[in-house]
Design a binder for this molecule. Structure first.
Ligand code: GN1
Ligand code: MG
Length: 369
């Protein structure tokens, strides 16, 4: 059995275990180590102990993050800010919990292994479970509430202390450039799905940026999560209440419409990012999620105006990113079979068509018509 990280490093199971044992606290008290979650980027494990709380152990994907130590530091700053901020207002945010970053003996928040791999440990949120798509009626409103709480808690965080985790992330021009480059030199196909994606990409390019809209309306950038997709939320296993927003590597300055758009893109696709047919943007989920969000964060009218454009942009952007990665032989997003990123791209573009058909309903949901 081998552990394969997207891109490069391949570790045998014994190398993987001995690396993890070399830095975790109390290695002789370990009960089990097992893979955790379904993230496309980092490799994540749950380490349980005989007599201490479990830890989430992650190796940062260095072929995605150019400065993995910088990213580990960012996350330590964000988690420590969130827990301080939360304790000041724990009545209001009583159900929110956020992971804490484990500090090693040398005071660092990361560990560098012999081959230069960067690892970190985070606290495990008890009873928290994540899902790849919506599984219960209350989940969308709960997720919206949690995203709103996250934005509210992070409002006064000084994001200038963070390094840019991923230069060019959520920048359509950047993805367009990589796409054109990949199209020029890489594989092409006669496959119908491939041509459908090409057409979708080319047809919509001009009408998608948020930049002009924000300049007109003078919308300010705030602290965003950057990746609030469904399986980055933890819900209480029994009550279904949203407990936490995890995967904080992409926290940066940005537009709230980017986070809200990405969150809607993910939650309102009940078939999930991997299923092949019946891809529809579920307007009922959208209504519930935005209701939950607007209860915990007061969005200005101009920001609400951007929500439709945000969900459209983020869906297009992810389709373009999956498609480009397919052209580039899957260097970025982990795959389990050949052609998976092409299929994922097609799903995002079908979702995009459904979003465009429901523009007025989405705007109504955002409270602007
Ligand atoms: C990646 O790491 P994960 O699986 O939570 C990606 C997101 C995409 C998402 C699509 C750093 O998120 O931008 O929306 O896959 N994260 C990064 O599933 O690229
Ligand atoms: Mg994740």
């Amino acid at each position: 059995m081998v552990e394969e990280l997207t891109g490069r490093a391949v570790l045998s199971l014994s190398q993987l275990l001995s690396t993890i044992y070399s830095f975790i606290p109390d290695p002789d008290r370990v009960h089990a180590i097992e893979p955790l979650g379904d993230g496309n980027i980092n490799a994540t494990y749950l380490v349980t102990f005989m007599d201490r709380s479990p830890l989430v152990v992650q190796r940062l994907n260095e072929s995605v993050f150019p400065d993995p130590i910088g990213v580990a530091r960012n996350v330590a700053l964000v988690t420590s800010y969130l827990s301080k901020r939360w304790s000041l207002d724990s009545g209001r945010y009583q159900f929110c919990r956020f992971p804490r970053t484990f500090e090693f003996q040398d005071g660092r928040s990361w560990f560098e292994d012999q081959s230069g791999g960067i690892w970190r440990c985070l606290s495990y949120i008890d009873n928290g479970v994540s899902y790849p798509c919506v599984v219960s009626n209350d989940q969308p409103a709960e997720a919206g509430r949690m995203l709103g709480c996250f934005h509210a808690l992070m409002e006064s965080f000084d994001s200038s202390v963070l390094v840019d985790p991923l230069p060019g992330f959520h920048n359509l021009k950047n993805y367009r450039g990589s796409y054109l480059e990949a199209l020029d030199c890489n594989r092409r196909s006669e496959n119908a799905e491939f041509h459908y994606c090409l057409e979708m990409i080319e047809d919509r390019l001009e009408s998608l940026t948020l930049e002009e809209r924000i300049e007109e309306d003078k919308i300010r950038r705030r602290v965003i999560h950057g990746d609030p997709k469904c399986d980055n939320f933890l819900f209480d296993r029994e009550s279904g209440q949203a407990l936490a927003l995890i995967d904080l590597d992409t926290v940066s300055q940005g537009l709230l419409a980017v986070d809200i758009g990405d969150c809607l893109r993910s939650f309102c696709n009940p078939a999930g990012e991997k299923a092949g047919s019946d891809i529809v943007f579920d307007i009922h989920i959208c209504n519930q999620l935005l209701k939950g969000y607007l209860k915990s964060f007061d969005l200005s009218r101009s920001e609400r105006n951007l929500i439709y454009h945000g969900v459209r942009l983020l869906t297009y952007e992810l389709g373009l990113r999956f498609f480009t990665d397919h052209l580039n032989d899957d260097r970025y997003f982990r795959i389990t079979r050949e052609g998976e990123n092409l299929q994922r791209a097609g799903i995002q573009f079908k979702l995009l068509e459904s979003i465009e058909k429901q523009r007025s309903a989405i705007e109504k949901s955002a409270g602007i018509v």
